[in-house]
Design a binder for this molecule. Structure first.
Ligand code: BG6
Length: 513
């Protein structure tokens, strides 16, 4: 398949003037130390180490210049940590040694998250590694992945800054990866941003939203701005509504204690769905430079009107409060449907319906763009259903266009069908990388396009803080819904009220190979 310039540039980091391994004068080659803080925790085991392993397997992390340091409070022997991680790595048939070789790259340092001693030992270990690799000036690259609760971000960042930022005089860079939740509302998020911002500059901070690493989310920019098809249609004249939907068919499962403090809006909508919303709704950036793209995301967020109470339906599945870690009187929503309205020339009047729920009847994430009816319709298309363009983010990644065609045969009748680009069928043999894999690689390369900028985060909280405060005060209450259902019936009523026309009698079935 032809590889175009954009793809080639992408590998060399789009928009950052990558010259001979240097990005904006910053070294992108040389000794690389990856530090996983919270190395014995769940996120590290399930996501961070497996992503690093996959990068290693594919040759993106080379044994001769990479070292991985696990850091945590837990007192465990290195072999025990390696054994714990091993269980989450899938060895390749063709290279069964790869898991053991990868695990050999890992060292472990035990220390507290505000312990000077701990971070001094960490720095010593990193420096020894750099010296052993005969690192030259400008070649020390230190990546700190904070697989930790945000409450310790400020102290950990302070320790990193004080004790681990290139004391070896090798120069190079330090980058910090942090993961949501970035605060609980506007004030707490701003406080956290200010604390981290005092220590590190924005180009050093990588706020991960793993939805930005998903294949079809990354495709949105290409799809929208590289195809003539979509350019004239992508506006209020043609589009009737947009839905961005996240559904899970399981409940909070052992995470009830965490989840209850946040709820579905903070857990999924304010970050994952809102990032997808930005990419669907933003204007065309002037270039592919990360700052140009992020500028457009901020602009569209700033154009969102305050959310109206009557355009919100909250739900809580029956049985949620049976979890012993959840308070018996919890008011936390496990489901929400809410309408965002954008006040600008392109989107005035078009409802953007953001919907997320746990313990529903299916697991999927998709974007559903419904078009307006055909004016002067002579085929009764209206009765059968409107055109829809659906981007299935997961599972079974696909894009399909639901359209009306002539029913094959002698009769002149119409039927709903689809133009279907199903990835598994179209790209057979291609492995779609895990979101974390891509995002860690982007961090190593210094490409911030798929990370959330501080001002983006601020506007995201500005949109949701008023409604969240009302929920926290108990002024808005979730409706009970049955586990394994579609969620509260009122959510479907809201959809209808804002104009969404459900197609009956048609269902897209992902093709099987
Ligand atoms: C996380 C949420 O950010 O995303 C979880 O905290 C959720 O509650 C998960 O289950 C979903 O991620 P994915 O990639 O499986 O859709």
């Amino acid at each position: 398949m032809a590889s175009d310039k954009w793809c080639v540039e992408k590998r060399g980091v789009v928009g950052n003037e990558s010259v001979g391994g240097e990005i904006g004068g910053v070294a992108e080659t040389g000794c690389l130390s990856i530090v996983v803080l919270g190395a014995s925790g769940d996120l590290a085991k399930k996501k961070t180490f497996p992503a690093l392993f996959n990068l290693y397997r594919q040759g993106f992390l080379k044994s001769n210049d990479v070292h991985i340091f696990g850091y945590a409070r837990t007192k465990i022997a290195l072999d025990e940590l390696r054994d714990r991680i091993r269980g989450y790595l899938s060895p390749e048939k063709e290279n069964p040694e790869s898991v053991s070789n990868f695990l050999q790259l890992i060292k472990y340092i035990c220390g507290g998250y505000d312990s000077e001693e701990g971070f001094q030992s960490l720095d010593k270990a990193i420096s020894e590694h750099e010296v052993s690799k005969n690192s030259t000036e400008g070649s020390s690259r230190r990546l700190f992945y904070l697989a930790l609760p945000p409450s310790v971000y400020p102290s950990v960042c302070r320790m990193i800054k004080l004790y681990c930022t290139n004391k070896s005089d090798l120069g190079g860079w330090t980058r910090i990866i942090v993961e949501k939740p970035f605060g609980r509302d506007l004030a707490t998020a701003e406080e956290l941003s200010a604390q981290i911002g005092e220590l590190f500059d924005e180009p050093e901070i990588y706020r991960i939203d793993h939805y930005l690493g998903k294949e079809l989310v990354q495709n949105l920019l290409v799809l929208r701005f590289a195809n003539r098809f979509f350019l004239p249609l992508w506006n209020r004249d043609n589009i009737d509504s947009v839905q961005i939907v996240f559904r899970e068919d399981f409940g909070t499962e052992g995470r009830g204690g965490y989840f209850d403090q946040y709820g579905i809006i903070r857990d999924i909508i304010q970050n994952h769905l809102l990032q997808v919303f930005c990419l669907v709704a933003m204007e065309k950036p002037i270039s592919l430079k990360p700052e140009h793209i992020r500028d457009e995301k901020v602009k569209v967020l700033q154009s969102v009107n305050p959310i109206k109470d009557e355009e919100v339906v909250l739900g809580q599945y029956e049985g949620y409060r049976d979890d012993p870690t959840v308070p018996k009187n919890s008011n936390t929503p496990t489901f929400a449907t809410m309408v965002l309205r954008i006040h600008n020339e392109r989107w005035e009047g078009v409802p953007f319906i953001l919907k997320a729920g746990k313990a529903l009847n299916s697991r999927k994430a998709e974007i559903r763009i419904q078009f307006k009816e055909v004016p002067g319709d002579i085929f009764r298309c209206q009765k059968q259903g409107r055109n829809e363009f659906v981007i299935r983010l997961q599972p079974s990644e696909a894009m399909y266009m639901k359209l009306t065609v002539k029913q094959p045969g002698l009769e002149m009748s119409t039927v709903q069908s689809e133009l279907d680009l199903s990835y598994r069928q179209r790209y057979q043999g291609v492995t779609i990388p895990e979101a974390y894999e891509r995002l860690i690689l982007d961090t190593i390369k210094g490409d911030q396009q798929h990370f959330v900028r501080r001002d983006e985060l601020k506007v995201a909280w500005e949109i949701f803080t008023p409604i969240l405060q009302r929920i926290d005060k108990g002024e808005l209450k979730p409706r009970a819904y049955k586990s394994g259902s579609r969620g509260p019936a009122e959510a479907d009523d809201l959809l209808k009220r804002v104009g969404y026309a459900q197609t009956h009698g048609y269902i897209w079935i992902p093709p099987t190979l």
